[in-house]
Design a protein around this ligand. Structure first.
Ligand code: ADP
Ligand code: ASP
Ligand code: MG
Length: 419
């Protein structure tokens, strides 16, 4: 007998018909003799719809009230799944974030899980009841509803798996594993049977939304075994224990397997960043700090940064990227501080995409970046900013060229599946 946490994403939960299929998968897992807890997302599109209501109500919305609104999507699906399981004759109940409780900090809209008191959950699972937990939500020290940032149900699932000491955390989604790039963009993408935590972490952080970044870092820290697999399977499909999804593994496990290591593991695209340029800033110590200090205090993550020094004029332009969702707040903050920072003009552009290539093979191979720049140049794709880490190279380009860039790079690094 194993203890398994199963997580189902938005597409899998979209409507009562699909929830019935999910309930069937959960029931079979329990009938195989396992203790199960299920973490669910809101129905596909529901969180976007709720976020839009918040924007319409107040563009500079209070994140605490935003959380009250957007957490509701998962409340609906958790109740519906519990009802559907009961209709199939299973014992099941829902556990809202505050009921478990899933304790988080008070950083509304991007809260971090601090601890989960799993005692009651474990007792419920041991009694044969299926615990259904809404993903994405928690409770702050002040007792208010929090959410974990977009895609946060993955993190809820891993955190619950760590708390109940699960043998495995199965992430069911609408693709049957992690691919060399988004299989919806590149039909020739290849499924990876194994990916290391480190590679998955980097892929997720640069936009492979198949797993939320925090879920991977948490799994790495807590040594949770994650498997990514499809919920779009029929009743006769083999059990999850033998389904060929993607297993996230340690470096040692990968080395012990017979999978050949590629130079590049995968390519990711992220259209959720926006570019901000402040022109003609005084080229003096402290100027840059006066921009990024307030952004950091407002919890706005800055990703790529470029500073162009115009030596003769003693002025410089600074370009950086922030999450699209934070752009309005960032602009308001910088506008307020226009005189203190001393810039001439603020130019914001949302139509950009960050394309990244990731692979631990890069550590020992030169030329990965130059292959990227050459392949993009050959197609006339202009690079607006570059950033690198030990196992990743990212470039910022026009968002309209995203699909083309990903395809071109997939071919350039010889990742295309044989036709
Ligand atoms: P869920 O609603 O189940 O959480 P998501 O939409 O968050 O699902 O994540 C699954 C999606 O991630 C897939 O439909 C796919 O389009 C996308 N994706 C992006 N990069 C990859 C990748 N490298 N491998 C597989 N899927 C990817
Ligand atoms: N429903 C939330 C979102 O769409 C959380 C999730 O699905 O993981 O971001
Ligand atoms: Mg997701």
């Amino acid at each position: 007998m194993a203890r398994i946490v199963m997580k189902f994403g938005g597409t899998s939960m979209a409507g009562t018909e699909r929830i019935r299929r999910v309930a069937g998968i959960v029931k079979r897992q329990q009938e195989a003799g396992h203790e199960v807890a299920v973490v669910v997302s809101a129905m596909a599109g529901e969180t976007d719809r709720l976020v839009n209501f918040c924007r319409e109500a107040n563009a500079l919305y209070d994140p605490a009230e935003y959380d009250v609104v957007v957490a509701s999507g998962e409340q609906v699906t958790s109740g519906l799944l519990a009802l559907t399981l009961q209709a199939l004759g299973c014992k099941a109940r829902s556990w809202l974030g505050w009921q478990v409780p899933i304790n988080t900090d008070d950083a509304h809209a991007k809260a971090r899980i601090e601890d989960i008191d799993a005692e009651a959950l474990i007792a419920s699972m041991a009694s044969g009841e299926i615990a259904v937990i809404p993903g994405f939500q928690g409770v702050s020290p002040a007792g208010r509803v929090t959410t974990l940032g977009r895609g946060g149900s993955d993190t809820s699932a891993v955190a619950v798996a760590a708390a109940v000491k699960a043998d495995r955390c199965d992430i069911y989604t609408d693709v049957d594993g992690v691919y060399t790039t988004d299989p919806r963009i590149v039909a020739k993408a290849k499924k990876l049977p194994l990916v290391t935590y480190e590679e998955m972490l980097e892929l997720a952080s640069v936009g492979s939304k198949v797993l939320q970044t925090r879920s991977v870092s948490l799994a790495m820290k807590e040594k949770v075994r994650i498997q990514v697999l499809s919920s779009f399977i029929d009743e006769n499909a083999p059990a999850a224990d033998t389904l060929p999804g993607t297993m996230i593994v340690s470096d040692e496990e990968l080395e012990g397997s017979d999978m050949e290591r590629q130079l590049i593991t995968g390519i990711a695209a992220d259209k959720n960043e926006a570019k901000v340029t402040l022109t003609r800033i005084a080229d003096r110590p402290g100027a840059v700090a006066s921009i990024f200090g307030p952004l950091a205090e407002a919890n706005i993550n800055v990703d790529m940064i470029i500073q162009n020094i115009a030596k003769d004029k003693g002025e410089t332009d600074v370009t950086f990227t922030v999450p699209q969702a934070d752009l309005v707040r960032a602009q308001a903050l910088l506008e307020e501080r226009k005189d203190a920072i001393g810039y001439f003009r603020m130019i914001a552009e949302g139509n950009v995409a960050k394309i990244s290539v990731v692979g631990v093979g890069m550590r020992s191979h030169a030329g990965v970046a130059s292959t990227m720049f050459r392949a993009l140049a050959d197609r006339g794709i202009n690079i607006q900013a570059i950033s690198t880490s030990e196992i990743k190279v990212s470039v910022l380009i026009d968002a309209d060229e995203t699909e083309l860039a990903v395809r071109v790079l997939h071919t350039a690094y010889e990742l295309d599946a044989a036709a």
